[in-house]
Design a protein around this ligand. Structure first.
Ligand SMILES: [Zn+2]
Length: 198
């Protein structure tokens, strides 16, 4: 197990809190935080795929690549000393975001729960490309946050990839997948429940 830093829990939790904001705008519940080597926040991001425009009035929101991690990278532009940075995500990054993180040269990536269908962790860790070799990957370091993240994203996983993808979720996180099927939990329901403080 790679070494954890004192602020890792706090920022991974914050990524989860950011993830909860996206369904309020019709987007998928995924959030991310990027911090520098001293543990200071550089940018916060969340999924904006179904949002027509971002705050700068550019057509980034509404694009299928408007993922939480891309939200961060577009906000920051060119990164200096990215190898000192840590990226926290509520969900294992997809191929695009894992690839982008390798390209910008982020030093560490922590995610709260796996995405057994869409996640790129297998490739980030095992790819022999030197850009990926240097990334310290820390999947699911905290059990309670993993559970929270799974409960948050599982209904979205069923909606977004209902066939083989959802089967992969059943295999990886059976307790959550069975619950979502049994109760027919919809992505928005989680947001509504949280909004009511339940
Ligand atoms: Zn992504």
């Amino acid at each position: 197990m790679p070494e954890l830093r004192p602020y890792d829990y706090q920022y991974l939790k914050e990524a989860l809190n950011l993830a909860r904001e996206s369904p309020q705008h019709g987007s998928s519940p995924v959030g991310a935080v990027l911090v520098d080597g001293q543990g200071r926040v550089l940018a916060r991001g969340r999924n904006r795929v179904k949002e027509a425009w971002d705050v700068q009035e550019r057509h980034i929101g509404d694009a299928s690549f408007a993922h939480a991690e891309m939200d961060i990278y577009f906000q920051l532009g060119r990164l200096e000393n990215a190898e000192e940075y840590t990226l926290y995500t509520s969900l294992e990054p997809c191929l695009m975001c894992g690839g982008a993180s390798g390209m910008v040269g982020v030093g560490r990536i922590l995610w709260a729960c796996d995405d057994p269908w869409g996640g790129s962790g297998r490739l980030i860790r095992w790819n022999e490309h030197p850009a990926f070799e240097k990334i310290e990957v820390i999947p699911r370091p905290f059990e309670d946050l993993e559970r929270e993240a799974v409960e948050l994203f599982a209904p979205e996983a069923r909606r977004a990839y209902p066939e083989e993808g959802w089967a992969a979720w059943h295999e990886r996180y059976p307790y959550a997948a069975e619950y979502v099927d049994r109760e027919d939990v919809q992505p928005l329901q989680i947001q509504l429940k949280d909004a009511q403080g339940a």
